[in-house]
Design a protein around this ligand. Structure first.
Ligand code: SAM
Length: 303
């Protein structure tokens, strides 16, 4: 079995083909925009002898168009899009497996309800807040500077979680805890302060919505063992795969956007033993392959 598999396909198709209980950990960061925004007319009918509709007792009605509900439709569609994918996610997780779902304040509450329905309310383990401090600050409300990551277990009695493997962080006031504790650091809580991927960093791929490796490392360290299989079926630039590989885990990444596959081709050029499905990475892995694939205007979803 290869160290990693990277698949160019719709993730539902891939999820359907994965064996039940074959995955140890899933991290996903789905886009908000499913690409299928629909507009639904909002209508009201009123009694009118000259109306175009005939109802009970041959009474006539006319139809009044009140407006369109594009936003709500898009949202309904979004949950409809996620539902079968999350159902399969639960099916493919091993009994000790976990799911981490990354979203933002706009979707978080609806997604929580959906996850409770699919995984069970008692399988909810944590709501992790990733707090960062970057970009403009609204003067009309509190500037939104956090994402939400939901952590669910396949089975709350059996899930794997290794707090000893988590990298510790410095105490805010080390003088208050003594030198020994201060040197050891403390375990992170469910609020994670972490920078976004810095613009000029080595880590930056240029792929919109790329998440920091530090966030993925922490999740993978805590919720999987070396040799385990980590799945990300909204892979984007492949952050989950890189973190998994660095930590000695296997990975399966899926994305249906050719730009994501191109970003991953470059990012995984030095990673040995990767199987590519439906995509040939080689033209993008040569030394002089086109370096500027993404413009700042490229936008996939909510960012
Ligand atoms: C927010 S991005 C993920 C970014 C990623 N976490 C990273 O660090 O680069 C979401 C990804 O989901 C992909 N996607 C959306 N719908 C998909 C589908 N039906 N099947 C596979 N991938 C899909 C998009 O192409 C996009 O790359």
């Amino acid at each position: 079995m290869p160290t990693g598999t990277i698949i160019f396909a719709d993730n539902l198709e891939v999820l359907r083909s994965l064996e039940a209980e074959s995955i140890d950990l899933i991290y996903i960061d789905p886009p908000f925009n499913t690409g299928s925004t629909q507009r639904r007319l909002q209508l009201r009918t009123e009694s009118d002898p000259a109306g175009d509709r005939i109802g009970f007792g041959d009474r006539r009605y006319r139809t009044i168009v009140l407006g369109t509900m594009a936003y709500n439709d898009a949202f309904d569609d979004y949950l409809g899009f996620l539902t079968p994918r999350l159902e399969h996610a639960r099916r493919v997780l091993a009994p000790h497996g976990s799911l981490y779902l990354h979203c933002d304040y706009r979707e978080a509450h609806y997604i929580k309800i959906l996850l409770d329905r699919i995984f069970g309310h008692d399988a909810f383990i944590n709501e992790i807040i990733w707090a960062y401090d970057f970009g403009g600050r609204s003067r009309r409300r509190w500037p939104a500077k956090h994402d939400t990551i939901f952590f669910y277990a396949k089975d709350p009695q059996q899930y794997f979680f290794d707090s000893d493997a988590i990298e510790r962080i410095p105490y805010m006031a080390p003088d208050l805890v003594g030198p020994e504790k201060a040197a050891r650091g403390k375990l992170p809580t469910d609020v994670w302060w972490h920078t976004i991927v810095p613009t000029n960093s080595h880590e930056k791929t240029g792929y919109p919505t790329q998440k920091p490796l530090g966030i993925l490392r922490r999740i993978i360290q805590a919720s999987s063992r070396p040799g385990d299989c980590v799945l990300d079926f909204f892979a984007g630039s492949g952050t989950t795969g890189i973190a998994a590989w660095e930590l000695g885990r296997r990975f399966i990444l899926v994305d249906n956007n050719p730009l994501a596959l191109i970003a991953m081709a470059k990012r995984f050029a030095q990673v040995p033993d990767v199987e590519w499905v439906n995509f040939d990475p080689r033209p993008y892995q040569q030394e002089h392959a086109h370096p500027t694939l993404f413009s700042p205007q490229t936008s996939l979803d909510r960012e």
